[in-house]
Design a protein around this ligand. Structure first.
Ligand code: SF4
Ligand code: SF4
Length: 299
């Protein structure tokens, strides 16, 4: 994991208290998610819309949906209870940029009421090029893009469709558009000095070997961190893949792939695949302390 000695000072400034970008920081700093983004503009085969987006979150429990006003209030309540809470992320339950009005309104309100909180968002990348200017203007320093392929033939097995420019695309055509938009968005963010983490879901037999290609493609475009996450299997949440018998990788398979990519770039290994409304240190979930009912009752 990155430390102060091997990073330029301006980069270290951005990672030192972000639990997801620095292995050291994840022991000391907490992040929270607010579930303000219900809609999604693509379909991932591993997604079951009843659950949270697998971009950044462990499926299995539906997050409580919040308005931007409720979300901002929750951020203030959490920040006053958990002083180590340094980062607010928007990561679903759908896609942050398929709900741009809600996502940016939330950031705006939080900037007004809690200006020290760092802003972070997670997206499938389809709409990213359209919002890079706004992301930079809102001083969002960290963006996660879920990139599961750079080859549309592989993508066609992962994404049945995307909804883009007022129409639905399917098959290889859909994945070609998605991949181009993801990589363009990545380049645009890097050009503005925004740190980008790439999440990839490792799906045995579908994209496991291909993720080495993905790793090279995102590294060459300046991604800061690559987080390869295991597909969570049917036993845990009944995905479309799960229903057709798709298994998740074993711990050994995951580690072998992470090792194969290490040396190429920083690999994140402390990810805990948190929920879209997670609160606390990574691996800790204090969301039950901050339900809307409780937050609205706080002063
Ligand atoms: Fe589901 Fe997230 Fe994929 Fe959208 S981007 S289909 S919410 S896993
Ligand atoms: Fe961490 Fe991702 Fe949440 Fe940002 S969106 S705080 S990187 S888990």
């Amino acid at each position: 994991a990155a430390g102060p000695s091997d990073l330029p000072p301006e980069v270290w400034e951005k990672v030192k208290n972000h639990p997801c970008y620095s292995e050291q920081a994840h022991h000391h700093f907490a992040r929270m998610h607010v579930a303000v983004a219900p809609a999604c503009n693509i379909q991932c085969n591993y997604c079951n819309r009843k659950y949270d987006c697998a971009n950044e979150s462990r499926p299995g429990v539906v997050s409580e949906k919040l308005t931007p006003e409720q979300a901002a209030r929750k951020v203030v309540a959490v920040a006053s209870t958990i002083p180590q809470m340094t980062v607010l992320g928007i990561a679903g339950p759908g896609d942050a940029l398929a709900n741009p009005a809600k996502t940016f309104k939330t950031f705006e309100l939080v900037t007004e009421t809690a200006p020290d909180i760092k802003l972070c968002l997670s997206t499938n990348g389809l709409m990213l090029p359209d919002y890079v200017e706004q992301i930079a203007a809102m001083k969002v320093d960290h963006v996660t893009i879920t990139i599961n392929m750079v080859d549309p033939e592989v993508g066609a097995k992962i994404y049945p469709w995307i909804f883009y420019n007022h129409r639905r695309y399917t098959g290889v055509e859909a994945s070609k558009i998605l991949s181009e938009r993801q990589l363009l968005g990545l380049e645009m963010l890097v050009a503005r000095g925004i740190l980008v983490k790439v999440n990839s879901v490792m799906i045995p037999g579908i994209n496991d070997e291909h993720l080495i290609e993905v790793n090279k493609a995102v590294k060459s475009r300046g991604a800061f961190l690559h987080n390869i996450m295991p597909l969570i299997s049917e036993a845990e949440h009944g995905t479309a893949f799960g229903l057709s018998g798709q298994r998740g990788p074993t711990a050994q398979e995951l580690k072998a792939l992470q090792d194969a990519c290490e040396g190429e770039m920083n690999m994140m290994r402390h990810c805990r695949q948190c929920r879209a409304d997670a609160v606390g240190l990574l691996g800790e979930d204090r969301s039950a302390e901050f339900t809307t009912e409780k937050v609205m009752a706080m002063d």
